[in-house]
Design a protein around this ligand. Sequence first.
Ligand SMILES: Cc1ncc(COP(=O)(O)O)c(C=O)c1O
Length: 406
Amino acid sequence: MTKHDFSDWWQRPDLCYQQQQLYFSGHRVADFARQMGSPTFVYSARRVRDNIERVKQALAVVAGQRNHRLYYAMKANRFAPLLTYLKQTGLCGIDACSPAEVEHAIGCGFMPGDISFTATSLAGKDFDILARYDDLLFNADSLYAIREWGKRRPGSEIGIRINPAVGVSRASNQLLQYAGPVTTKFGIYKEQFSEALAVAESYGLVVRRIHFHTGCGYLTDQLSQWRAVLKTCLRFVDQVPTVQRVNIGGGLGVPHVESDEPLNLESWASIIKEFFTTRDLAVDVEPGDYLVKDAGLLLLGITYIEEKESTRILGVDAGFNIAPEPAYYKLPFQPVPLSDSKTVARTPYHVVGNINEALDIWSENVLLPDMTDEHYLALINAGAYSSSMASNHCMRGQFKECLLLS
Ligand SMILES: Cc1ncc(COP(=O)(O)O)c(C=O)c1O
């Protein structure tokens, strides 16, 4: 029988060393790298499904009389086989943020009524496309959006995205917050909320949903802030008697480094429950990160190892342009060797990419065993906001993607 070794913080039953070889979702990662080459993103359908089921199970305690719904934020990862797989599970709808995302989701099997739409700065031509879909769940993020929707679909039901001026994010990272002390473009503030309701009424629009999404990546340490967000948002909700559902956004995070305590979903849900037991409202949620981030690896080819001053540099064959979160948000990646031996001492490496831009460092001073004879390396947590945000900077935008269905 195979013995699991969970001595690294990120190891778990479907991502761990077995006889010193890294396995992911039942596959030996080194075989995969040898066959597919690099850079390659590998996603585990089973892990995504487990993540969805965990969130749904937690939310079930909140549901009360009405059913909650889960919309997957496809901006996190729009790989078509993954979206079709998700549709076939029947476990979730889609959160889309552009007409092209709506069309892509429909192309992958979702129906317009499965799609919750929340975008920003839409053009007239965007509204024209969106208004074609009778059942699309449209959420307006500005007075302008209410007016434009009202002109095209008077008398319809809408949602309103609010901005509570309070946000929550991983380690209170302001780069990941959409609501807070700094004024942002996301949602309608309390100062304009009455006017927003009046504009909706003037077009006969019925406000059925309040939506908010105030930041990304929050973990257990940020749950008191999450509570403050909910409390503030429900002051908006209580002003609108026609509201039936509250979409509490995404933002649920996964650990990036050893010191990150994973999000305790039971505590998360009990905070939600606290506010919803006295209200006859359904709760919807639209996570991206939590569902797919830890379900993806990025396989990288090792190009060279060399000392620069007293730092050991390990080069790989892809740069931050194909997984930009470290550059945009200072979110660290964890590099992982494809084989490991407890008897080999680990030493610090800087893992760097192949882009002549910014510093292009995947990870600083990461402890790795001797990598001299290794050909590949994996970055974990590469399932979200990596391939979907990739650019062709330096004309190094090529990568492969594959979905493991078993
Ligand atoms: C409106 C909205 N909903 C949901 C999400 C998904 O967020 P996350 O991937 O952090 O769960 C985002 C991400 O930016 C968003 O803007």
